[in-house]
Design a protein around this ligand. Sequence first.
Ligand code: ZN
Length: 393
Amino acid sequence: MTKETATPGGAGTLLQLLRDGVPRTRSELAAVTGLARSTVTARVDALLASGLIGPSGEAVSTGGRPPTTFAFNPAARATLAADLGATHARIAVTDLAGAVLAEHRADLDIALGPVPILDWVVEHGLELLARTGRGPADLLGVGIGLPGPVEHSTGRAVNPPIMPGWDGFDVPGHVGDRLPGRVLVDNDVNIMALGEHYTQWRDAGHLLFVKAATGIGCGIIADGQVFRGAQGAAGDMGHIQVTASGDTPCRCGNTGCLEAVASGAAIATRLATEGFDTHTALDVVELARAGSVEALRHIRQAGRDIGEVLAAAVNLFNPSIIVIGGSLALAGDHLLAGVREVIYQRSLPLATQHLRIAQSKTGERAGAIGAGIMVINDGLSAGRVDALVSGGG
Ligand SMILES: [Zn+2]
């Protein structure tokens, strides 16, 4: 999955300027890019022919014929985005600005295996497309988030613990045989980070998104892009050791991991030993919402434990925003309060001076929106647009 090489000053480069949605004239585009007026005209004509931009009215004239302005056309294509969780799935059709045009949510067990799950995505994706008055030919691509480790470059899950049959399965190959456009796959936390960043914090270059649910994971946005690390394992904060953990055993084989003490599953187990009827992270959230002092105390401590790992991450990475999401974050302010308490106490003042720590605003839609954004960022990159307008894409 190498990126197409962009032509300097090509149509793709021009489109990157226009993706902010602001209408511009040919003269403005020439002034901003330093390109010759004739070159700009040729590039604009190519982009108009592709439908990726359209005329957007007339600019204020300084005399004579008013110059026409052009703007990005988010309706030119669509994406099919799927956020597949352990026990539920959400699919959406988005336009090229990431706006959700139609969506569908269902209970779906990822353990059914890749073929029935992906065929479900294709079947319901085609229905959603039809509902928006579009067909497969309108697809820029398909984005899929999976609840386990993914090798993004090949789109295959790698030893996913809760996904029997998925290990090494060629997801892009299977879906690509049934739908046009490129098929991109990533883990669920990375696409949630992307969705939250794009919809709420687009001006922040460096963001950490923590998903605190049954397990604990972190998506990293660096310079506006998902940061995956050398093997795609970046952000796996659940297996970093925390001091309050004692020697609690973790499913990974180590002891004292964050996930072993602060995850929804860990809190449910602890509350069960205290006599509560809790089996899942959602049971913990319900108990907290009902005002259980014990549940709230455990959630606040989980926030402190997560904060301990994040405090180190803040010193290393210096993010401008940390977003706390996942089902445990739905239990009110207690998780966030614990996180804040420890980060401000433990991180260096310079790193926390302008740091914001906020609850997820996108909520349950973050993953589906992010899967769409993953497709858009790839498909509308300068190199891919150059290939598209020259007929090669
Ligand atoms: Zn572990």
